[in-house]
Design a protein around this ligand. Structure first.
Ligand code: 13P
Length: 250
């Protein structure tokens, strides 16, 4: 059985006090969401620690939104996987399209980040997805395939067993434009097929999340699809009530 997951990517939103309030709201309503759904929140680095403390015993896991390519040393401004793990984070988002687009992340950098994450027992949530131009040119399958082959195919079977994948079409992120449930299922099934070609039956155990304008009103339909195992939520994760409503949408 694949894990069902609803993860909130807070991006560069909330001040530390606001983040703690949001985490309290998630903790307070957690019991209304099935235990069978893994709930994860990914706050900014500055409040990872206070959010982790707030969520102790609440059955909500915490992830970071990125980690450094290097282990430690003279890399001003960077935050290492080891630091994140030491705080008690369980997950780390890697390869988000905003990092690929605005900070020049490539498969090369992501291979390093993946290694750092696994060295520190962090479970990566690896993001893939095409932009509008690629979708319109019908290239979405090849784009996503390359993003997987160039990074995920370098993992060992043991590492792959810890990986979560998030399919986030760039044209659906923060735009209010959601992929239809059929579009999501089509590409999620394709992603699983690509994973199967390398990892065999283990591909059936890998959770593949959908991300991009996912909200309480559309989550149920998207999550009902066979190969959609949950969501990576941006805007709607900033309100505990909406985020939890998405958790209840399975
Ligand atoms: P939105 O839900 O705001 O579209 O963001 C999706 C996303 O990028 C999650 O990582």
């Amino acid at each position: 059985m694949r894990k069902k997951i609803v993860a909130g990517n807070w991006k560069m939103n909330t001040l530390p006090t606001e983040g703690v309030e949001l985490a309290k709201g998630v903790a307070a309503g957690r019991a209304e969401v099935c235990d069978c759904v893994n709930i994860i929140v990914c706050p900014p680095f500055t409040h990872l620690q206070s959010v982790i403390e707030t969520l102790k015993g609440a059955n909500v896991a915490v992830g970071a939104q990125d980690c450094a390519t290097e282990s430690k040393g003279a890399y001003t401004g960077e935050v290492s996987a080891q630091m994140i793990a030491a705080l008690g984070c369980e997950y780390v988002i890697l390869g988000h399209s905003e990092r690929r687009q605005y900070y020049g992340e490539t498969s090369e950098t992501l291979n390093k980040k993946m290694e750092r994450a696994f060295e520190n027992n962090l479970k990566p949530i690896y993001c893939v997805g095409e932009n509008l131009e690629e979708r319109e040119a019908g290239r979405h399958f090849e784009v996503v395939k390359a993003q997987i082959e160039e990074v995920v195919f370098n993992l060992t079977a043991e590492q792959f067993a810890q990986l979560v994948i998030a399919y986030e079409p760039v044209w659906a992120i923060g735009t209010g434009k959601t992929a239809t449930a059929e579009q999501a299922e089509e590409i999620h099934a394709y992603i699983r097929e690509v994973l199967r070609s390398k990892f065999g039956a283990a591909a059936d155990e890998c959770s593949i999340l959908y991300g991009g304008s996912c909200k309480p009103s559309n989550a149920g339909e998207i999550f009902s699809k066979e190969n959609v195992d949950g969501g990576l939520i941006g805007g709607a994760a900033l309100k505990a009530e909406d985020f939890l409503a998405i958790g209840k949408a399975f």
